[in-house]
Design a protein around this ligand. Sequence first.
Ligand SMILES: [Zn+2]
Length: 497
Amino acid sequence: MKNSAKIPYGIRNNRLVHISQLTRAERGGRCGCVCPECRTPLEARMGDIVRHYFAHARGTRPCAGGTETGIHLAAKQLIADRKEIPIPLLQAVLEAKDSLGYKHTESKVIFPGHDRQPVDDTKLEFSLGDIRPDLIVSLGQIEILVEVAVTHFIDAEKQQRLESRGQRCIEIDLGDIPRNLTPVELEEHVFNYQRAYWIVNPKIEAEQEKLRPRLQQQIEKANKRIAQANIAREQEEQRQREQHARMEAYFKAQEQKHAELKRQREEEQRRAREKATEQAEIRRREAEVARQLEAKAERHRQQKTWEQERQQLDLHEMRHLAMELFASCQRIHARSGKVATSTRFCLPMARHNLERDIHKMDLEAIPTAVETRTEYDWMFGVPSREWKLVALLGVVYTRESIQSRYWISIQAIERYLGEFGYQPIVALQRAEQLLNTARYYHILAEDPALMALELLPRPLDAIAEFVGELDNFNMIHLLAAKLDELAFIPKPANSWR
Ligand SMILES: [Zn+2]
């Protein structure tokens, strides 16, 4: 394929020849040209369809750079022939960064550039020490190095060398032009100042120095703006922090205020409760005092009443009654020995119940305990056998009570006896009432007749004595009990004595 590389320029007699300069007679191998790069013969391809071009002759070993070397040589030759160069835009540009790293630029156009600058002289392939520029042109006193770049551009190392020499240098960039161009087209490109640029120009540095203060100013301004913005931002942040702190303080104060109010309310409630408690206590004490006063007044009234009643007592009458009752009891006592031991019961209800119970108990004879006489047999004013039978059968000892432990108080027995019609004798009852009255009014000690009543027995004693007899005859088993109360277990009739 390389054979078909389209080469626009060939060399004939050490002169560059463009394909368009050949006549039809010089087509093919008759062109007499060699490759500008490798110097091997070229053939002129001059067909009717595509633009004419050179190519390495068939059978030769083609190079890769024939096209570009030809264009490069032709461009240099054009400049040398015309004694003209493009003057590129000469511009000083200075850049610097501000404190935020943004790039600021100051620039000045020193020379706007133009296409064809006539020069006094041009030298091709002239060596300057270690530099070998394509051309050196002179313009008055000024020498300008010209580099034409098709494939080889000035690299950093070469640029440094050029700069260190401080010699003006331009480069014409032909890297992207069409490879099959005509000489006319090439000339347009070569002298187009927009294709050229300054590699070195001392004026640039001088102008840059002039720009430096302005750039400095610009940077300072920018930095100042940045600093101001920073300050403003910090101030704003500070303001926000303060605002936040104020809000915090406000909320905290509100919280404390609420807490304080709550505490006050609770304190008030506590005080109110305490006050209520105190008042309740005061009322209670007042009520207590009032109650005590009332009680004292009541005691006083009772004392008064007691004293009045005591004054109204007819002591003479009481003494007389006491003597009469005592005498009456003495008579009952004396007579009791003469009461007939009747087997018949005088009280209808007692008779009825006892007859029935005796029948139920299936008793053959009156129990010995009933028949036994005791000290107080006389007290009820009826035959002792009767009241004892009532006590035994109707109250103390029944079929039911045999089945289980039984308990009864002496007073209860006395009460049951009352239900059957056996009241303790009236005289003893009245004597006891009189004694109680005398004791109540503290006059007992004042009269021997009243004191004598204390010698008379109580009806309860008779019952207690009788119950004791029942135990003696193994009819019951007495249990330990309180005074005036009895607890006992009835025993079956076959164990009686
Ligand atoms: Zn070649």
